[in-house]
Design a protein around this ligand. Sequence first.
Ligand code: CTP
Length: 408
Amino acid sequence: MSRIVLGVSGGVAAYKAALLLRALTEAGHDVRVVPTPGALHFVGAATFEALSGNPVTTDVWSDVPEVAHVRIGQTADLVVVAPATADLLARAAAGRADDLLTATLLTAHCPVVFVPAMHTEMWLHPATQDNVATLRRRGAIVLPPAVGRLTGPDSGPGRLPEPADVAALAAVVLEGGAAALPRDLAGRRVVVSAGGTREPLDPVRYLGNRSSGRQGWALARVAAARGAEVVLVAANVEAAAPFGVRVVPVETAEQLRTAMLAEAAAADVVVMSAAVADFRPADVAATKLKKGSAAEPSAVELVRNPDVLAELVAERSPGRLVVGFAAETGDADGDVLTHARAKLARKGCDLLVVNDVSAGQVFGRPDNAVVVLAADGAVTEVPRGSKDAVAAGIWTAVAARMAPPAEA
Ligand code: CTP
């Protein structure tokens, strides 16, 4: 159990802090909520007290003998500020201590994660961007805002990301420290495919697979947190777009191929984590196949789908990394790594992320463990952890092989 301080500043997104609090306590953490006085205009202290089981104060004049403004920060394992308004970021960057939250930020020795939420103009204003840069330079993690509907009719960057996305990254920082989310992908464009394709048989039926898309979502989330501009080509995954990631929804292998080839053209890194069907029905019935009708099939003829990874390798421009995934089992012909090395050579990609599925223990599970093989023979073991922690390990292996960024 870790001790987390959840700072909440005064924006309308403060209502989502209650959901984040819930996610953090359900993960087993002891959470102390420290709202600013402004936050309590949006959500009452009683809500935070009931959900956290801890007292809630906003100023430094309560519990004076306990010296709360020093003790809360000193004893925390992680501070998450969500939402972090423009005003809160400015006060934190200036080192002010005019309420309990900013005082806590000055006394915290642990990693600090800011989750900004504000109107687009306020987020893009050079003053805010300078404050964000200052906080990052000092070692804080400032997550990118989500893009979408803001308060009122307009939309753009500035939305508070989904509480589940923030909780997933908070767990990565608790596990690996602030070093697990460096800004090493800043200025990089990455394209990730996720989910599993569906190959239609008729208007209602399809051949599909069990991929949940969770590992691909985690890769997108972590890449965005590490500064990348991310496109997620999503095959049949309904989850909301994380942290400003642009989602391109697709259904079939053919659609995924078209989307990946188009998006890859401007990418520095392409990651094929989607489970692409190797075969599709040779014929797709225009109307539903009915029992007892003349069209009732006795067998389904299949034809090969294109190998998207192979095409991405063939079309790669210099400097672009192509990363494949492989689910392998050991058998009489060799162990998992032997098969994986052969696949890496066959596919011609730069890196291959290998899942050992011998015990049938990847699909739909919240955790994972992988080995990353590189074309130069290097082997990186990423130990079992949450899919976001594994994603962080994969990006570290990828970042180590990226060409230096082009001069601005
Ligand atoms: N892949 C792809 N297009 C396909 C099938 C797979 O791009 N039609 C990609 C997957 O996204 C993954 C990688 O290829 O990144 C490995 O897929 P896999 O099916 O394990 O490889 P195969 O060469 O089909 O291996 P096997 O012979 O073991 O089925």
